[in-house]
Write a protein that binds this ligand. Sequence first.
Ligand code: 11C
Length: 344
Amino acid sequence: QSFHVAVVGATGAVGQQILNTLENRNFPISKLSLLSSKRSAGTTVVFKNENVTVQEATPESFEGVDIALFSAGGSVSKVLAPEAAARGAIVVDNTSAFRMETDVPLVVPEVNEQDLLAHKGIIANPNCSTIQMVVALEPIRQAYGLKKVIASTYQAVSGAGASAIEELHVQTKTVLEGQPVEPKMLPVKSGEKHYQIAFNAIPQIDVFTENGFTYEEMKMINETKKIMHMPELEVAATCVRLPVVTGHSESVYIEVEKEGVTAEEIRVLLSEAEGIIVQDNPAEQLYPMPFYAAGQNEVFVGRIRKDLNNDKGFHLWIVSDNLLKGAAWNSVQIAERLIKLGLV
Ligand code: 11C
């Protein structure tokens, strides 16, 4: 059994990784439609050693498509994802356009695969920083209960797309040559102010909301509650952009419900959990780092410590490739589960 797959946003940072992942997983494809906004149409991309020309995405592009993987920005998804679904395609959408809609499952397969069963044509892929965190938190929730989560993130520029990677490269070179830099992209491309990212840390990802948290922070808060089916979970986040190309890192403080849990118990639990690699041995300076996690599908967890004051408090360091588990791999994994569950 094989499927007509459409990739919308095929030329972007995530789109490229979706194509790599489809290729690496040998995804059962009978026909592949590579689509994009008008601006990128006509570009050639390579899939399985063949050049494929990207076509402009229109509603008609989705005739006969079984699975449509969208990562061309929220405005494209808002218009075209319903068109694709109306034509019978199952959409896996990487943007924030539909994530919080009640009839759209927001899915991380290791956590809430069963939510796929209720889909109505569109399935949302969560934000990258949310995905890696909930993969690590779900086994802990199941074993010990979960009351509180406070996350501080150290996020790579690739989360802001291919042009942000380019900006980091150009700025780094410019600074090393002793020239003044002209920031144009970060923290928010359409924003009024831009700051240098090379040799810097920017405590703003996406725009600010009225409560003082940024949208990235609110995504982590709201999406975590939805994916874990825990509206009552206490969650807070501070999201920071670093001059790292790929791989988001997170320092996460949690409080569990059960008393007397040890850090070693959490280490063992996570090392047996799906999609997680525990790298945690201070004696050997073993801990996850984004440079080494890049290119891999798993979520890496280390620095697991019990809080010094709170018996139910623990600290974790969670790292993953934001373009893979945070985006492309999670999307393709959803598509694979849809097939496994007989939903396509
Ligand atoms: C970043 N997390 O690192 C963002 C990118 O809602 O899918 C992903 C935005 C999203 O900038």
